[in-house]
Design a protein around this ligand. Structure first.
Ligand SMILES: [Zn+2]
Length: 237
């Protein structure tokens, strides 16, 4: 593109803006109709690259938890597995990288005997109707990556849905991961006052703006029917 302007994410001026996918291209399940535009926003090279690394890490770790039978996450677990498969490497260098990645990801998997009731992301605990045998496997996911990506989504979506609006230094974005039933008032508010945009089956964005005391906007972003991110845009104190 080689266009200059402000990066939607870090707000710095760049003389070489890229088109960054708000939701990574690879994150759309294979049930997504080809007519769905995979939204992009202008971003600097550094942000594009930095988020790309986070998206890859989370696609693998969250993807491994996804059911392939659900149309909302169809094909996602397979992408995660494929990226860890050395036999799919393009060349020797790629093979070494895959082996290293595989070792690291496997090192983040822990096996426990008893079910635990806390410490996991909402909706990512033991699932109904699944026979886990006598042990559970869990994967460690750094909370700061989830938070950072939540921030990215909100900046990108605000730009896309609000006529190229930037979230400035005068505002902050708060990210929450919560069970729907524990934040019922927020989900009801979004349901009643908000609008919903879907990018195919796997990506649902709900958003309520204006008329909310002090809050610029509320978001609920649901990825693969399972991973829910709540976000609020607030004025800085
Ligand atoms: Zn940037």
């Amino acid at each position: 593109m080689s266009k200059s302007g402000k990066c939607v994410y870090c707000l710095n001026w760049s003389s070489n803006l890229t088109h960054d996918h708000i939701i990574s291209r690879k994150w759309y399940p294979n049930t997504t109709p080809s007519t769905v535009e995979k939204w992009t926003v202008p971003a600097c090279n550094e942000c594009n690259h930095r988020y790309g690394v986070i998206e890859q890490e989370l696609l693998i770790k969250m993807g491994l938890c996804m059911s392939s039978g659900n149309p909302k996450s169809s094909g996602i677990a397979q992408i995660a597995l494929n990226s860890l498969d050395p036999s799919r490497a393009r060349d020797e260098r790629d093979r070494t990288a895959r082996m290293k990645l595989r070792k690291r990801i496997l090192g983040d998997i822990i096996t426990i005997r008893d079910s635990i009731s806390s410490g996991f992301l909402p909706n990512f605990g033991p699932q109904d109707g699944v026979d886990y045998g006598d042990h559970y496997r869990m994967i460690k996911i750094p909370a700061d990556l989830l938070e950072e990506l939540g921030q990215k989504f909100v900046r990108g979506l605000t730009y896309k849905l609000e006529n190229a609006r930037f979230i400035t230094q005068m505002q902050s974005i708060e990210i929450y991961f919560a069970e729907d039933q524990k934040v019922k008032w927020v989900s009801n508010l979004i349901k009643n006052a908000g609008t919903k945009v879907c990018r195919g089956e796997g990506i649902e964005i709900e958003r309520a703006v204006g008329d909310l005391e002090r809050v610029g906007a509320l978001y609920r972003i649901t990825i693969w029917g399972r991973w829910t991110i709540y976000a609020a845009i607030l004025p800085k104190e």
